[in-house]
Design a protein around this ligand. Structure first.
Ligand code: DLL
Length: 434
């Protein structure tokens, strides 16, 4: 039977949801106008005042916020509440420039926990479950987010953080963990270590996994589900908006319900900023309707996505987003061709390879080089050069069919690509360093 955390909200009719959104948006615009000079300034430049916004239908009058604004306003410039009211920060893992910091007051943590509790309930969890949180704890939002949701739902929470994989498996077995929360690449790795320890899905009690924070394919989902003997659910979020739980998958596993009572979603054309109709592919933009300390209006996520509202067998009515299909900023352009790492992953998984791969792009003279390193499963590694070369060219051919350009494929020894306990590093683009 389908489980919910806040059924009245999660299954409310669309008109009711719209009503909440209209009311909350007006309040939020006023809050930001009164308390965030940085955004008030942007509104003034765009010639908009709070009275111009009468409902969500007017939202496109408001200016966008981007990561560049967050860096500009670093650290306190977008705060809408006094620091004395804030109780937490989290931060992105950005490696260049200033990090992005998000602030929370008690109310914001509370609503974030609700979002994560909804995600856990949608994956079938309740107070009888043992929830192993193997997302990183600390500045990253993954650990704290799912921990808070698990706690609020009443699960026994194992705050493992990521890493020390054998110990993860030991706790998983000793305490009978039933739900695992981590990045999908770490779930794959946990599966590998389980196998190395001579164990299988029959030796653990997991029934569900909540995996997100990075792109992963349907093929990877099937692989994880088989190896760990679970149903694998996607979860989406970003630090700027609070963290995981902005959207989550239900039993239908066909897109993630956006917590629309808290986050208003739009799809825009990333080049023109124009709002696109439902069903069209573009950049996802969010407005936080309820957050008090760090409310963002029309924040450009850079995630490329499609929104669809449809009757869902789970009973939830909130609009769904598809898996992010790449990013408008880190999409690779190789020899003039747009390449998304997820396309490469799809081909690898279809051809029986694992998700342990790395894409290396470089430039020699005026030409881009494009190399894909792929680990061979242990039982397929061969000593004969001819066999290996044949496999490499078959894979290269399949990638060419998908992408339109030919990468140089290198099949490498099992375990030679560095494993990830958090988000996997799939792409090394050396061109940017020049
Ligand atoms: O990754 C929050 C999170 C933690 C989500 C745990 C889910 C689970 P950031 O580090 O700020 O926050 O990264 C946000 O990660 O804009 C997407 O590009 C990507 N991302 C997040 N979830 C997914 C997902 C967390 N399910 C950025 N599928 C986002 C694909 C995802 N990409």
């Amino acid at each position: 039977m389908e489980k919910y955390f806040q059924k009245d909200i999660e299954c409310a009719d669309v008109q009711t949801i719209k009503g909440w959104q209209n009311e909350k948006l007006l309040r939020q615009v006023r809050n930001v106008w009164d308390n965030v000079p940085y955004y008030r300034n942007l509104m003034e430049k765009a010639g908009v005042i709070p009275e111009d916004i009468k409902s969500v239908d007017d939202i496109s009058k408001l200016p966008f916020l981007s990561k560049a604004d967050l860096r500009d306003a670093y650290p306190y410039g977008l705060l809408a509440r006094p620091l004395s009211e804030c109780v937490r920060i989290h931060s992105t893992s950005g490696t260049t420039g200033k990090r992005v910091i998000a602030f929370y007051n008690r109310h914001d943590i509370d609503l974030w926990n609700d979002c994560c509790s909804r995600a856990l309930a949608a994956a079938g969890a309740d107070e009888n479950d043992v929830c192993q949180v193997a997302y990183g704890y600390g500045l990253f939002t993954g650990g704290a987010g799912l921990d808070g949701g698990s706690h609020k739902l009443g699960c026994l929470t194992l705050p493992m953080s990521s890493g020390n994989t054998e110990r993860q498996i030991q706790f998983m077995r000793d305490l009978g963990a039933t739900v695992l929360c981590c990045t999908p690449s770490y779930a794959v790795y946990i599966g590998e270590v389980l196998h190395e320890m001579g164990l299988s899905a029959d030796d653990i009690k997991l029934k569900a996994g909540i995996f997100g924070a990075e792109p992963w394919t349907e093929e990877m989902r099937r692989d994880i589900e088989k190896t760990l003997g679970i149903k694998a659910y996607d979860i989406y979020g970003l630090t700027e908006l609070s963290g995981p739980g902005v959207a989550f998958e239900c039993s239908a596993q066909s897109g993630m319900h956006i917590n629309e009572d808290h986050f208003y979603a739009e799809i825009i054309d990333p080049d023109t900023g124009e709002v696109l109709p439902e069903g069209e592919k573009g950049e996802l933009v969010f407005t936080s309707l309820d957050k008090e300390a760090f409310p963002l209006l029309r924040y450009r996520t850079r995630d490329i996505c499609v929104l669809k509202r449809e009757k869902c067998p789970c009973g939830r009515t909130h609009i769904k987003m598809c898996k992010p299909m790449g990013r408008s900023d880190d999409m690779l352009i190789i020899r003039g061709v747009n390449v998304f790492p997820s396309q490469i992953e799809t081909v690898l998984m279809k051809m029986g390879y694992s998700a342990n791969y790395q894409i290396v792009v470089d430039r020699v003279g005026a030409t881009d080089t494009f190399d894909v390193y792929v680990e061979l499963p242990g039982d397929q590694f061969s000593d004969t050069v001819r066999e290996m070369t044949e496999k490499e060219s078959a894979l290269s051919g399949a990638l060419k069919t998908m992408l339109g350009i030919n990468p140089k494929v290198h099949l490498v020894q099992p375990k030679s690509i560095t494993r990830s306990e958090g988000k996997a590093v799939r792409v090394i683009d050396k061109r940017k360093l020049v």
